[in-house]
Design a protein around this ligand. Structure first.
Ligand code: NAG
Ligand code: NAG
Length: 395
């Protein structure tokens, strides 16, 4: 059982030699009053090893700093920009000229996300039907400027699924499924774009830490924690992604790809929100994504992923965790060791964790179970900093 898990991991690394660029992205949010300059931030993004950066707007200073950096850039916009773009193809063209044509090719804008978590707030429901028309107007403008290689989509919150467990029960909110998501998926399918979705196993786990093993949430499970039919899940994220694939299939779209516009783990402000768990989750996420392993339902389908977030953002409103998602402090120091290029991560997706701050459990790890993937100590980055965090900061 253990052995077969390890063998399949190795096979995947071998057969996944295709030509698709496989890198990690990071969300460069700037809801803060103490961040370094855009130029300094770009250097930090590069030193982390990210290949892609996502911003939430089309800020001139940021886009200029991202020019000629080799980074590919995803730009966004606020939900309230959607109605005018839907109403007028001239307005959509003006938007593309001001926010895209002005910066390419020096700044390599490759994706435009039209709105962010548009469906999370029911007071936006008047905007929902305008999403696809806005996207279509923007697409027509891109084409007219010879920029049709730039992909369009929107960043959805995971709660567009009203059911996600077990994965095959994945289904979209019926209020938006047929009127909004079906035409969106039709567009994404035709243009080979992606359904961008923000998925945080942290929130699912923190809602129910007594029934969801922490190791399953942070990719540190040695054994399948959930089995459904022919599919076995060793990580919660894979099960959540498959739930989205099932929901898309239920609407008739079997081939649309998924990209994770946000995923991450907070280091303070909530249950299990600490440096130890965040370090485990994000390093294991990088290893998992860059392996190209895909999910049980769509094996070896790469999932472009943008970690949330580059910096701790001190002005983010909302729950106490909101200001603590950063890989970096505002002064540029790493909150914990991580490389988005892979390599300095634990290397083995299944290194087990002791139980953190009394919550969660290792119940998926039989006591004394043999470590079939080899000496787990040898794959842990036991740097002085890492040990310092283990013993000083977490408990
Ligand atoms: C921009 O990104 C695309 C997509 O990966 C790539 O093909 C292209 O070479 C990049 N352009 C520049 C100028 O780096
Ligand atoms: C950066 O900020 C963090 C958090 O405030 C602090 O612990 C760390 O010592 C700072 N690093 C430097 C180099 O000033």
């Amino acid at each position: 059982m253990m052995a077969s898990i390890c063998i399949s991991w190795i096979n995947i690394l071998v057969v996944n030699l295709n030509n698709e660029l496989q890198m990690m992205g990071v969300n460069y949010g700037q809801v803060a009053d103490n961040l370094p300059s855009n130029d300094a931030a770009v250097n930090l993004i590069k030193s982390l090893g990210a290949g892609w950066v996502k911003i939430y707007n089309s800020d001139a200073g940021t886009l200029t700093a991202l020019a000629k950096t080799g980074l590919e850039v995803v730009i966004g916009m606020s939900n309230d920009e959607i109605p005018s773009l839907a109403a007028s193809s001239a307005a959509a063209d003006e938007w593309i000229v001001a926010n895209v044509v002005a910066y390419v090719p020096a700044t390599n804008i490759t994706v435009i996300l039209v709105g962010n978590e548009l469906f999370a707030d029911p007071t936006n429901s008047n905007i929902w039907p305008q999403l696809v028309p806005a996207i279509q107007n923007l697409q027509a403008s891109l084409t007219s400027h010879g920029l049709s290689s730039i992909k369009l989509s929107t960043a959805c919150e995971f709660n567009i699924l009203t059911s996600s467990f077990p994965p095959s029960a994945g289904v979209f909110n019926s209020q938006i499924a047929v009127p909004v998501l079906k035409p969106l998926l039709e567009f994404l399918d035709k243009t080979s774009s992606y359904l961008y979705i923000n998925i945080y196993p942290y929130f699912a786990w923190a809602d129910d830490p007594s029934s969801i093993p922490l190791n399953y949430a942070v990719f540190a499970s040695l054994a399948a924690t959930l089995t459904e039919g022919q599919y076995s899940y060793t990580s919660l994220l894979e099960a959540q992604i498959d739930a989205v694939y099932y929901a898309m299939e239920a609407l008739g779209y079997k081939n649309v790809r998924i990209a994770l516009s946000e995923s991450g783990w907070p280091t303070a402000g909530g249950t299990g929100a600490n440096i130890r768990n965040a370090e485990a989750y994000n390093n294991n996420l990088v290893t998992y994504i860059l392996s190209g392993k895909g999910t049980p339902k769509r094996p070896r389908v790469f999932i472009p992923t943008y970690i949330f977030a580059l910096f701790n953002e001190d002005l983010k409103p909302g729950p106490a965790t909101e200001q603590h998602w950063g890989l970096l402090y505002p002064n540029g120091s790493a909150v914990y060791p991580i490389s988005l290029a892979g390599g300095s991560s634990p290397g083995d997706p299944s290194f087990p964790l002791p139980s953190p701050d009394g919550t969660g459990s290792n119940s998926d790890l039989p006591p004394g179970s043999p470590d079939a993937c080899g000496d787990r100590e040898s794959v842990l980055p036991l740097s002085a900093t890492f040990l310092g965090m283990l013993f000083d900061l977490r408990i």
